[in-house]
Design a protein around this ligand. Structure first.
Ligand code: CA
Length: 609
């Protein structure tokens, strides 16, 4: 057992070796004055604890079934920034552990969350770019190789690789990056994706360190990019010390024994669900190596909540994406969202609500009438149903009553189910789904992409784009999740092609890239789509027409969802066409809006007023 090296105290008569302390530091002046300090070390529980401070009050010292833990609860209501000592006494032996309460560098209100004015760019750090080959393999970690030919192995991507390409990302026109989890995943294999956390307070050393993470956030901010951090409260990795040498068996569901989840989280909202169905969905484990945390244990709850506050305060991130949101305890998650938003009122949290209908997804959004009187307090939910529809809408022929764009219109007509439809995360694909183009062959139909992207960036919601989409990267979930997370070409020294540059992209890729860049940069700062209302018309002549409007600014989208030319009578659309002509942002042409409008097959117009 290694001595906790951050402190460097040297006493021959040490009472306790402290291997882990969480959090390693905190701040004075937080809205919630309570702090849990978890101490982990061999037989530490047999020590008596005192604190050397006038204004930090030790309220409670809690022992667990496992003598290697002590949980301290301190009251910081009156505490100034300082370093105090936690003093552990065992007989005549004393160990002194310095604990720092930092000065806050900003107010909670100053942290700006992501909104519908943003577009998120989702990056899997292991697969985007390898900026530092020296950290590819870290001695002492359990998975000690990289293999870019193996889809489930680590490939060596890291934070430095992302930092090196911030200009590329900012130039593309997105305004935020969402990183798949970056915290430590010291697992024997298959943890390149980051969803098996082994230390909630450490960046995985294959990606960098905590300081480098903060530096990435600062540099992103300087380029106008917000940063969204992925977190997982439902489960951790089985190599996490909190599981391997757990404080007590009730830190994990089913008394720390593996029972698999059914993955059928609709049961949480199902008014007819059997008790067994609900329990197995939320308390069952995601996998055998991802033990399911029992957030009904108050110590677990406090540990997880504090870890999220710590990252916000430490790094100044702008949002959290919470993994497997419905799999965790509803009341705990609601309390977590409430506490984060009390501390940071302008922050945003998006929960992964992977459910297949708007009724089920809407239940998870803050102020949902369907969940009342319960309230998840979760501001943003993921529009998985729309994602499914968008993946077929641009292939099918649209009619007035079915097919293609009709399904988008039909789905949007049901938005009354959502407490806040503008706060839905919308996306064509992500790291868990087949990519928008499943196979490369399909990319020849680039009109499909152009219509989909236009729709994604102009309908209601907060759009998210998955890295590689802008270069038409395909991916088929049927071939394994690793194939949805391919290396970005050019992210590794020696790559045959470099798609970060115009010269490295094919003609088709450049066409997609240029179109994406143009639309994203048009959307940036556009209040009609970022803040405005959505008004739409039912399908006529296979064409979908809708307006985004904010104040005097509006954008009108006209999209032909058929493989034939259409002649559209504009009379019904007078209320959204205030002028006799307008410029189409996509082609730069002036469009006459009197009488009838001729549209080519699958033609789209983006008109600004
Ligand atoms: Ca690396």
């Amino acid at each position: 057992m290694a001595v906790f090296s951050l402190f460097g105290w040297h006493s021959a008569a040490r009472a306790a070796n402290i291997e882990k302390m969480a959090p390693t530091f905190w701040w004075a002046g937080m809205k919630n004055p309570e702090l849990q300090i978890l101490l982990y070390g061999k037989d530490i529980a047999s020590s008596d604890v005192t604190i050397s401070s006038q204004d930090v009050i030790l309220k409670e010292v809690v022992k667990q079934a496992n003598p290697n833990y002590l949980l301290l609860y301190v009251d910081l209501s009156e505490a100034a920034p300082q370093t105090f000592n936690i003093v552990l006494k065992k007989g005549k032996k004393t160990t002194t552990v310095p604990y720092e309460l930092k000065q806050r560098t900003r107010k909670g209100e100053d942290i700006e969350g992501f909104t519908a004015q943003d577009v998120l760019y989702l990056i899997m750090p292991d697969r985007f770019a390898n900026g530092d080959p020296s950290n590819d393999v870290v001695e002492g970690m359990l998975e000690n190789k990289v293999d870019r030919n193996e889809q489930y192995a680590r490939h060596g991507g890291d934070l430095k690789g992302i930092e090196d390409h911030l200009d590329y990302i900012a130039d593309l026109g997105v305004t935020a990056i969402w990183l798949n989890p970056t915290q430590e995943n010291d697992m024997p294999d298959g943890s390149y994706h980051g969803y098996a956390i082994t230390d909630y307070y450490q960046i995985d050393r294959r990606f960098g360190n905590n300081g480098e993470f903060k530096q990435l956030v600062d540099k992103a901010h300087a380029k106008g990019l917000k940063v969204v951090m992925d977190m997982i409260f439902n489960h951790c990795g089985s190599e996490n010390y909190l599981f391997k040498d757990r404080p007590s068996d009730d830190w994990f569901n089913f008394k720390s024994h593996f029972v698999p989840t059914s993955y059928k989280t609709a049961s949480v909202q199902d008014i007819h669900a059997a008790d067994y169905e609900r329990k197995i969905a939320t308390d069952g484990w995601f996998t055998q190596v991802m033990p399911d945390l029992n957030q009904r244990n108050r110590h677990v709850a406090r540990y997880l909540i504090q870890s999220s506050i710590w990252w916000i305060e430490f790094a100044g991130i702008n949002g959290i994406r919470q993994d497997t949101h419905p799999y965790a305890d509803f009341d705990f998650m609601a309390e977590w969202c409430k506490e984060v938003l009390e501390e940071y009122p302008n922050f945003n949290i998006v929960g992964e609500t992977w459910l297949n209908s708007n009724v089920l997804v809407s239940f998870w959004q803050k102020d949902s009438k369907l969940a009342a009187p319960r309230n998840s307090n979760l501001p943003t939910v993921m529009d998985f149903p729309l994602q499914g529809l968008m993946n077929k809408a641009f292939d099918e022929e649209t009619t007035d009553w079915a097919g293609g764009l009709y399904w988008l219109y039909d789905y949007i007509t049901q938005d009354l189910v959502y407490a806040n439809p503008m706060n839905l995360l919308t996306f064509l694909d992500n790291h868990d789904t087949s990519r928008f183009y499943t196979w490369e062959e399909q990319t020849k139909n680039i009109t499909r992409y152009k219509q989909a992207l236009l729709y994604l960036l102009t309908t209601r919601g907060i759009p998210q784009i998955y890295y590689g989409t802008e270069i038409l990267m395909p991916g088929d979930k049927g071939e394994g999740d690793g194939t949805l997370r391919r290396d970005f070409p050019g992210g590794w020294t020696g790559d045959k092609t470099n798609c970060f540059t115009r010269e490295g992209r094919t003609k088709l890729q450049n066409e997609a890239f240029d179109y994406t860049r143009k639309l994203l940069n048009w959307r940036k700062g556009n209040e009609a789509v970022g803040k405005g209302t959505l008004k739409h018309f039912s399908i006529a002549n296979g064409t979908y027409v809708y307006e985004r409007k904010y104040g005097n600014q509006s954008a009108v989208i006209i999209m032909n969802g058929t493989d034939k030319p259409q002649e559209l009578d504009l009379t019904p659309y007078k209320e959204i066409l205030p002028k006799a002509q307008a410029t189409d942002v996509l082609s730069g042409k002036t469009i006459n809006l009197k009488g009838k409008l001729s549209l080519k097959q699958r033609e789209s117009l983006l008109l600004c007023f």
